[in-house]
Design a protein around this ligand. Structure first.
Ligand code: DQA
Length: 138
């Protein structure tokens, strides 16, 4: 089973970035623990701060992977291009957010991902990614 964890801008700073909101753990440490816990899954990881690179990656895997777990970060709230890419592919996309975006500023309540996502998991810290993975494992 091929699953891509795809992170958008500033998520490379997890652990250092606003730890009161996003926690103190860096993503690589978390990813290692997830890979150990689910050895039956081929978990691939890509992070970019660049919108076009995220779209390229969605197109690259989006017709043959079994799932994409996408935290598009700030692009969630702005990117018609990422939303269109998700609409274009056949691989199911689960939208995740570490923080509860609905309890934050109103501009974070808008998502260009959600209308074409298989589901959305929001506000459970890094656990959101694991819950998304479980949803794809069924
Ligand atoms: C985020 C929420 C976004 O609003 C924000 O821009 C992020 C992270 C989250 O995981 O909580 O960068 O996607």
């Amino acid at each position: 089973m091929q699953i891509l964890l795809l992170n958008g801008p500033n998520l490379n700073l997890l652990g250092k970035r606003e730890p009161d909101i996003y926690g103190k753990e860096d993503f690589e440490t978390f990813l290692d623990s997830l890979k150990n816990k689910y050895p039956q899954v081929n978990l691939h990881y890509f992070q970019s701060n660049i919108e076009g690179e995220i779209i390229n990656k969605i197109q690259e895997v989006g017709f043959h992977y079994d799932g994409i777990i996408l935290n598009a970060a700030a692009y969630t709230h702005t990117s018609v291009g990422i939303g269109d890419a998700i609409k274009a592919i056949t691989t199911p996309v689960v939208e995740v957010h570490i923080s509860n975006t609905f309890s934050r500023e109103s501009f974070r309540h808008q998502s260009y991902i959600a209308p074409n996502a298989a589901g959305i998991i929001v506000g459970f810290g890094l656990k959101s990614y694991e819950l998304a993975l479980l949803s794809l494992l069924k």
